[in-house]
Write a protein that binds this ligand. Structure first.
Ligand code: NAP
Length: 249
């Protein structure tokens, strides 16, 4: 049987790495995308190969159309067919109130989180949709509980970008289900990764976690389990759904 390739954007670190490793264990072959950290992505691909999977790394800044097109062209050269996409790559900008935010910052946050997801979904649809001669597939979008909570005083722009992901998930799911592609999303709460340090949020984490019903951060693996289920046939009647992995909030 031809291998089924799963593309995980930002698959080398954090939640993306956990998704990559869990999916490799479940039998997926991997295209592990990275933007800057090639070593991390290579390490994940190497661990997948050690599990007997076909796995390789592909570089692209997902907010850049030319780079995304080149990444999919690279995937096309590998044995097997693209059968799944996890739009996981995402960024936050440093903690700020709205009146302190620049347009450049918004372009970065929306460029990676929203345009990046749109671009990768577009290229995946061209390959997976039965409308284009494909064999179908699955897409999972990484949203956030921030889409519902709004992240006031911290990063409303990031929250708004994830609100866009929720809407994209619903619309795409309905657009594509008749063409063999199932689309769903996951909304993690506070997960233990490096993203909080990248947004200068570390000092707020203890208080934020104390406010969670579950009183602890989630692990990347706990998010990955929800993604794996949505990628699998076990969720075959789940379409356009958003699974909250937020410890009760
Ligand atoms: P992370 O540890 O900071 O990792 C971010 C990943 O995204 C890295 O693999 C990074 O690649 C990749 N990335 C960033 N910019 C990129 C770009 N322009 N093109 C391609 N890849 C890019 O973050 P995380 O916590 O795992 O977050 C993963 C996803 O979960 C994001 O969408 C985030 O918004 C969402 N999420 C996280 C939390 C949380 O609490 N951690 C909560 C809700 C939602 P490099 O390794 O090459 O830098």
């Amino acid at each position: 049987m031809k291998p089924n390739i799963l593309l995980i954007t930002g698959g080398g670190r954090g939640i993306g790495a956990a998704i990559s490793l869990l999916c490799a264990k479940a039998g997926w072959d991997l295209a592990v995308n990275y933007s800057r950290d090639r070593d991390a992505a290579e390490s994940v691909a190497e661990q997948a190969r050690a599990k007997g999977r076909h796995a390789f790394v592909v570089q692209a800044d997902v907010s850049d159309e030319v780079q995304v097109q080149a990444m999919f062209a690279e995937i096309d050269k590998h044995d097997g067919k693209l059968a799944g996409l996890v739009n996981n790559a995402g960024v936050v900008a440093p903690l700020a109130r709205l009146e302190e935010m620049s347009v450049a910052r918004w372009q970065q946050v929306f460029g990676v989180n929203v345009i990046g997801s749109l671009l990768c979904a577009r290229e995946a649809v061209k390959r997976m949709s039965t409308r284009h001669g494909g064999a179908g597939g699955v897409i999972v979008n990484m949203s956030s509980r921030a889409a519902h909570l709004g992240s006031p005083g911290i990063y409303v722009d990031y929250a708004a970008s994830k609100g866009a992901i929720d809407t994209l998930t619903l619309g795409l799911a309905r657009e594509l289900i008749g063409e063999g592609i199932r689309v769903n999303g996951v909304r993690p709460g506070i997960i233990d990764t490096e993203i909080h340090a990248s947004g200068g949020m570390d000092h707020l984490l203890d208080d934020a976690v104390a406010g969670l019903p579950i009183r602890r951060m989630g692990t990347a693996e706990e998010v990955a389990q929800a993604v794996l289920w949505l990628l699998s046939d076990a969720s075959s009647y789940t379409v356009g759904s958003l699974i909250d992995v937020g410890g009760g909030r």
